[in-house]
Design a protein around this ligand. Sequence first.
Ligand code: NOJ
Length: 587
Amino acid sequence: MRFTALSILILATCMTADLTAQTASIPSIPGNLHPPIDSTWWKHAVVYEIYPRSFQDSNGDGIGDLNGITQRLDYLQALGVDAIWIAPMFPSPQVDFGYDVSNYEAIDPKYGTLADFDRLVAEAQKRSIRVLLDMVLNHTSDKHPWFVESASSRTNPKRNWYVWKDGKPGPDGKPLPPNNWVSLFGGSAWEYMPQTKQFYYHKFYKQQPDLNWRNPAVEKAVFGSMQFWLDRGVAGFRLDAVPTLFEDPRMRDEPAEGGTNAQGDPKLKDIYTNNLPEVHDVIRRMRAMVTKYPGDRVLIGETYLPNTAELDKWYGGAKRDELQLPMDMIIGFSNKLDADTFRNRILEVETQVHGSQPLIVFDNHDNVRSWDRYGDGVHNEAIAKLIAAMLFTTRSTALMYYGEELGMATTTPTRVEDVKDPIGITGWPKEKGRDGERTPMQWDASNPQASFSSNTSTWLPLPPNYKTVNVETELADPNSLLNWHKQLISMRRKRDSIRDGGIVMLDITNSNVLSYVRTAPPGHHNIVIALNMTAQPQSIALDLTTAGIKEKLMRTLLTNEPSLQGATSTSITLPPFATWIGEVQLP
Ligand code: NOJ
């Protein structure tokens, strides 16, 4: 098992609090028995993240594009996806593969045109798939005209759109950075510009200068660009790096934690550059702006946070007037297949976010795939099935990443000369970058590009396992991980209790098996889910009366284990890493 140093860095810096310190106080009914029924689309949605460079190349340049996504919409519809989140496809120098935006209101020619985008939205709509865009709010590219102007002189009207500061006098007359802040991508977070003799701040690459959100003109301009896309029919946004919008106005040094990170920088507690309270005012105004549009447009946040109490603030606490769906990275990135941890985390988001809607995510384009993070190298497929079962059968909105449904593995370059992600070049060999989780989608085995592209040279090579791990092969195998996803998603859509019911944890002292019941309104079937999180068989005897259910007769709905197909009660033995989903029979 391998984690990239960057993943660890992002998680560690954003989750400085101890993950294990926070255990849910178990409510008398451990769960949420009767949540209100709400048909708002994003509360039930399966959102599918597409990394546009890697999904489907339509013009043979070896890079994915918008028309490629359009070509594959039927696949997404058949999978049961409700919305796609497209990682940035705006014009960009592509230093950070799109997260360095040089124009928020256009499409990068590598990915297509605005007309292609409009066609994608229209075709998606025909298939009941909504389109969400990735708004990069914290920073722009250094090639964005705003920054070019800002950097041109100290008196330029856009000077105050970015974070500029005088340096400290250095011993040899050369200015030193204003303070000890470090970039998440390595080195000082300050870059000196000799023309105007000041430093600018960048949380990420130096080609990604941070916008100054204390300047109302920045908010106005960025909100304007969001409206540009809302007017074109997007269903909402994933907000990139949103906790880092503000910095301490006094620019104080961050306290040192001791030791160095993978980039060799001192480890700092990022209390002055991350999760500052001011950001919530911006988010409230953004929510109010987005709410004016019809159709329940949604704001999803990239929110790596230390605990559920912090997560709740991003919903707006009791007022629920901020993000509808801040990502809960605590559950999906706990990186340990542990029933107690998952149970406590799920309970926490059920009971400690003022009734807001949880959003669970296990995979994205920045982290080693869950296949490798949770897999033990022997039972990876069973473990992936178990994780998918958790993702789709709790009350959470589900966010998945392309290829997760196939069991695509993280394929990290083995030679530094093959690395594309800059952080993997500067950080080699400790930090190998994020290429491994961004390899092209594996569609079939008909050619070495797995039909991702007609070009024999693709921007990242296809992992060798494309011959067996691909859409076509898996569609033909009823027991494949892909068909498992389809079954789960379809169950989530069709079954009232999974769609709208409550969730009550069962057998809450069992550290090996996570089990819960999705409770149904009277006259509908309750559904029990049991997940063996160990490599040993586990016998369980679940007591449904704790959830107010008297009936005992069960019928298996879905399992990856033939021995459980005929189960008629909740007293069963789960083979290693087994998933069992059973329906309680009505009297
Ligand atoms: C988070 C994005 O997911 C990541 O890919 C990017 O490098 C940083 N934000 C900077 O935009």
